[in-house]
Design a protein around this ligand. Sequence first.
Ligand code: GLN
Length: 283
Amino acid sequence: MTTFSKSVKAFEKKCEARDVPPETVMAYLTELSQRERYDLYLHYEEEMPSDLEEEFNKGMARILNYEPMEHVLGYSWFYGYKMIVNEDVLIPRPETEELCANILARMDEWFINQNEIHCADVGTGSGAIAIVLAKEEAKVHMMATDISEEAVATARKNAENNEANIEFVTGDMLQPLIDKGAKLDVLVSNPPYIPSEEVMEKSVVDFEPHVALFGGEDGLKFYRQIFKDCKKVLKDRAFMAFEMGWDQRERMSRLVEEELPGCKYEILKDMNGKDRMLFVYFE
Ligand code: GLN
């Protein structure tokens, strides 16, 4: 038997010793108990119900072993939507919520005179981006592709749970869209962009799918493929939106200028002030 306060403090200490962010403890407890943070603090010195304590201890043992909290819970929150996550898909990141917000804002401006916006998410993973766009913009007709059948199965479940209408196709990069003769207004992708030699946190590299993380020697392999093929699936007037690595501004700019000469493009920073999003416009 223990109190909320004693248990949380003890786990925070253990986290510090193992280099796990101590904020994870309260974040996990609020999700697990389905209680608000203020409510837990109001009852902080009270005893923890024994079934909660048992589950909390078990989950915290996994978290202290560097397993992501979202895998322990089995889900993650993205743009207010609950997404199932597992070892087959990347856990959606907060930066990617910003990508969605920026896409939605541009859709409003760009397609003001259009009733339908045909959009595809390439390498959809958990389906997070596709689901947000389909839910938040009524004009959107959404397709989503991934090379991993397991990822597509998870994305389908997420779309179903969130009542999002999305056409899923399994296949490599743009190939399934080319095969279907897609003509898109918007192409979105958060491709794997970590350079293959990069050293990463244990919780990421040991638990998240490498097929969703690593983008070849320079991290740009998949952008290169998309830039080469994109005109086959885009309308003449269209835009593309990508997430990208924070240290890729120069190399990315060079790649866009080489592969898509004359196109207008911009690189936007995320909330941490890091280069994170690329928009390419065809008009
Ligand atoms: N942002 C992710 C990370 O740093 C990587 C996502 C990606 O490769 N698309 O773990």
